[in-house]
Design a binder for this molecule. Structure first.
Ligand SMILES: Nc1nc2c(ncn2[C@@H]2O[C@H](COP(=O)(O)OP(=O)(O)OP(=O)(O)O)[C@@H](O)[C@H]2O)c(=O)[nH]1
Ligand SMILES: [Mg+2]
Length: 253
């Protein structure tokens, strides 16, 4: 079985993509399951074959430990690590070729703490990969675009897994906005120019220096536009995943 984790900032479209892309892959004849590893989700917009909420209830944790919603979720995710063997076994027992795993929006758990990496290690898979969502709605601003590159870099160095970048909710962008963002990913000079022209003061300095560090690390991100409403970009995402998971071979052995 291959495992793909969907990561992205809060509200970037992780759950919708998990559902829509799983459904689309199933229509292509792939044996795929969707897994919800967000114990704090109130609505899960797809049939989850495995659901962390069957094991861990954030409301009960908040009450028992006198925590607020964020503290409750952090503890809930730490608790996921304790039951990861059980979850991994349940996912594996479906015998699918691919499990798409939806994760919580609290990025610090994945980018700045070890929680996410431990969960990823605990899952049973021949190959594992990450899809990181650059949220279109915020990426119109060069500062936010660079911040997303920074988070994607942090995830990359923590997980050490192949990573595919996606420009999520791309249908919400006007054509010219989409073109501009795609230009930034292809040509660093265009991004530097946008930072120079559209940002001022500390924001300009931070973006510019951060970009410098990211390029020095040798990391490249080319977020491909994807929409869970129109299925735009799903064929591209499918081929990218095959490339990183199986070297381009079909998922079904
Ligand atoms: N137009 C459009 N809206 C989308 C798309 N994907 C998600 N949305 C909407 O964006 C909002 C957030 O989507 P979710 O899938 O819940 O985002 P999430 O990353 O799972 O959010 P958290 O789990 O809270 O971090 C919802 O209102 C979705 O309907 C998309 O491709 N296009
Ligand atoms: Mg979600």
């Amino acid at each position: 079985m291959n495992i793909v984790f969907i990561l992205g900032t809060a509200g970037s479209g992780k759950s919708e993509l998990t559902g829509a892309f799983t459904n689309w892959l199933q229509l292509q004849g792939e044996n795929v399951i969707a897994v919800n590893l967000d114990p704090g989700a109130t609505i899960v917009p797809y049939p989850a074959s495995v659901d962390a909420r069957d094991y861990i209830q954030v409301n009960a944790i908040m009450e028992n430990y006198s925590l607020g919603p964020n503290g409750g979720l952090v503890l809930a995710c730490d608790m996921l690590i304790d039951i990861i063997d059980k979850l991994a076994f349940e996912v594996d027992s479906f015998g699918a070729d691919l499990a798409i795993i939806d994760t919580p929006g609290q990025m610090e758990l994945f980018a700045f703490r070890n929680t996410g990496a431990k969960i990823a290690e605990g899952m049973i898979g021949d190959s594992k990969a990450i899809i990181y969502l650059f949220d279109s709605v915020y990426c119109r601003d060069p500062l936010n675009y660079v911040m997303n590159m920074f988070i994607a870099s942090a995830i990359n160095t923590r997980f050490l897994l192949p990573q595919v970048s996606v420009l999520s909710r791309s249908d919400l962008l006007k054509d010219e906005e989409l073109e501009e963002i795609l230009g930034w990913s292809e040509d660093p000079e265009l991004l530097e120019k946008a930072i120079d022209e559209r940002l001022t003061g500390t924001n300009k300095m931070i973006s510019s220096d951060m970009l410098d560090i990211i390029y020095r690390l040798g990391l490249d991100f080319f977020p491909g536009p994807v929409s869970s409403k129109s299925n735009e970009g799903f064929s591209w995402l499918y081929s990218e995943l095959l490339r990183v998971l199986t070297g381009g071979e079909p998922l079904t052995p």
